[in-house]
Design a protein around this ligand. Structure first.
Ligand code: DQA
Length: 137
């Protein structure tokens, strides 16, 4: 099973960024734990703050992986391009958000990812990535 986690803008700051919302663990530390926990899964990780790089990565992995776990962060709410990329690829995408986006500002209520996602997980903290991997297994 070959899975990739793709994280969008500002998620490189996890651990430092608004810890009351996103927690105090870095994604690198969490990813190390995930790799140990799911040691039978070929699990990779990509993060970018640049919309086009996320689209390029979706194109690159979108025909030859078993699953994509995508937290497009702020681009979730703005990016027609990432939404279209998900429509254009074959690999199923599970959308993840660390926070409960529906308990936050109005502009976070809309997602360009959800209509084309296999499923959506939000509000479970970093554990959402863990649940997304389990959904593929
Ligand atoms: C987020 C929620 C988004 O609204 C926000 O822009 C993020 C992170 C989350 O994981 O909760 O950067 O995707």
């Amino acid at each position: 099973m070959k899975l990739i986690i793709i994280n969008g803008p500002n998620l490189n700051l996890l651990g430092k960024r608004e810890p009351e919302i996103y927690g105090s663990k870095t994604f690198e530390d969490y990813f190390r734990e995930l790799k140990l926990q799911f040691n039978k899964v070929e699990l990779s990780y990509f993060q970018s703050n640049i919309e086009g790089e996320i689209i390029d990565k979706l194109h690159e992995v979108g025909f030859n992986y078993d699953g994509i776990i995508l937290n497009a962060a702020a681009y979730t709410h703005t990016s027609v391009g990432i939404g279209d990329a998900i429509k254009g690829i074959e690999v199923p995408v599970v959308e993840v958000h660390i926070s409960n986006i529906h308990a936050r500002e109005d502009f976070r209520q809309h997602s360009y990812i959800s209509p084309n996602a296999k499923g959506v997980l939000f509000g479970f903290g970093l554990k959402g990535y863990n649940l997304a991997i389990q959904s593929f297994l």
